[in-house]
Ligand binder design. Structure first.
Ligand SMILES: [Zn+2]
Length: 118
């Protein structure tokens, strides 16, 4: 059973790592691979992400002013239309953080979640 891996980083450091990963910075890719082994579960579908995954980031709903939370999404889920991916992403977010109201502001390249009422 693959394990859902959620990693916290300080808010700025998390979004900076995300930005560098998206820009294919080799150091950032290496860092992210160390944080998320290939056996990590896809945040959306729960299957192992393998070596070819994308990164997902949000401010942590439990501590949105200080922490970011990162997880991974598999290639199959990333290949789905953005609206489908967003709908699934929202339902997982509601399951993981049921007490927090969420707003996902962006779906491209992956959803960026922000806790409401910040
Ligand atoms: Zn997936």
């Amino acid at each position: 059973m693959p394990e859902l891996v959620l990693r916290n980083l300080p808010l700025f450091a998390g979004f900076e790592l995300f930005r560098r990963f998206k820009n294919r910075n080799p150091d950032a890719i290496e860092t992210v691979r160390e944080m998320f082994p290939a056996s990590s579960a896809c945040f959306i579908c729960d299957e192992p992400v393998g070596a070819d995954f994308d990164l997902w980031i949000s401010d942590d709903p439990d501590n949105p002013r200080r922490l970011s939370v990162l997880s991974v999404i598999c290639g199959d889920c990333m290949a789905q239309p953005a609206q489908v991916r967003l709908r699934k992403l929202r339902s997982v977010v509601r399951a993981v953080w049921p007490k927090v109201r969420h707003q996902i502001r962006s779906v491209s390249p992956v959803g960026v979640l922000r806790a409401a009422n910040r």
